[in-house]
Design a protein around this ligand. Sequence first.
Ligand SMILES: [Zn+2]
Length: 437
Amino acid sequence: MIHAKTNRQGSKPALLVNIGQLLTLYSPRPGPRRGSALKELGIIEDAAVLCIGGKIVSVGKTRDALRDPWFKKNRRNVIELDCAGKVVLPGFVDAHTHPAFISPRLIDFEKRIAGSTYEEIATAGGGIRSSVEAVRAASKKELSVRILGCLLEMSAYGTTTVEAKSGYGLSLEAEIKSLEAIRDAAGNWPGTVVPTLLGAHVVPKEFTTNRQKYVDLICKQMIPLVARRKLARFVDVFCDKGAFTAEETERIFQVAVAHGLAVRAHVCQLSEVVLRPLLRFHPTSFDHMDCVNEDDISQLAKRDTIATLVPGANYFLGLEKYPPTRKLIDAEVPVALATDYNPGSSPTLSMPFVLSLACTHMKMSPAEAIAAATVNGAWSLGLQEIKGSIETGKDADLAIFDVADYREIPYWFGIHRCIATILNGEIIRTEIFPTTI
Ligand SMILES: [Zn+2]
């Protein structure tokens, strides 16, 4: 299940014309983009896109769109957006975020600058566990207001679909409250939200001497309740040093799949995790992948499990090492990009900044980064049929950037160039539009 407003009839038809470069992301090849197909953007110049009822109904050249008999007849009821030579692409699919928290972690930030490591900060009472108290104490309303604020800001940077995890509650009540807050926030945002249960983020303080009991709580209570109440589409596990073991992850995955939920995992961020035993659960995505081994790379090349890379975390943690991205792409593993928005290791909502990092620090080309952040992001969430490319029949999710060439999107790092976002057919202008629009 995903959260999206169901009544799209309210939004007027919209026609975007004079698009300098329309990145459709169309490819005749089926499946997630891998290898050389990752850089296929399906560009149409001087393009137009017509959106009706939250869906894309036609894609082509401006001159054909303006001559279309339906358009001529209905022109008065259509919102016309003159894009004046700018770039339009599918809205970003941010396939990995942790928005259900209350406060920034500024002490961790300073400690890290002063030289403490991720593990040292966690052992000293910082890290993920330090966000838990505030989430447990917060009301559902307070959480959902914060999450809605994130979603709105994300759309200002061009994001139209967001995967949102719980994971700072770490009790049955607080995880359910977090997922309900995500649902409530999603109901007030025109984009699409995919909720994920991350009860297995870390073992909470009160269970550190009996971690087995916490895994039992996840398997016997959290997952069945979340499935019954349809509060999540995915179950995620942080499978790494200091979090959950591969055996615990297998057990949680088994229960999730038995309850009809899909699975994904944080893996290989801090240490090597052998992924092969987890593949039988058909994870939709493995995220981070900094320390992935050679055997698993060759296994993943044969499957549709996406490697979702989150370079914002490497950047913010001040690491020199990034995931072996060229190796993954050259081996034909499909890769996606996401923000990993969270208060500890990646407090950014900006997909354009992540694209920039992917280019400069992971040596992805601008075209590869864009495909990873759109079409492969959609695959990473199992939404490839409706999201990630500008094709007839797909959801009307688009971003308009005030640039003349798509390569400028990662080039102008830290600069806000997204001027409008269309989310399921609803237009949000993120800056004062030039008079032409
Ligand atoms: Zn994460």
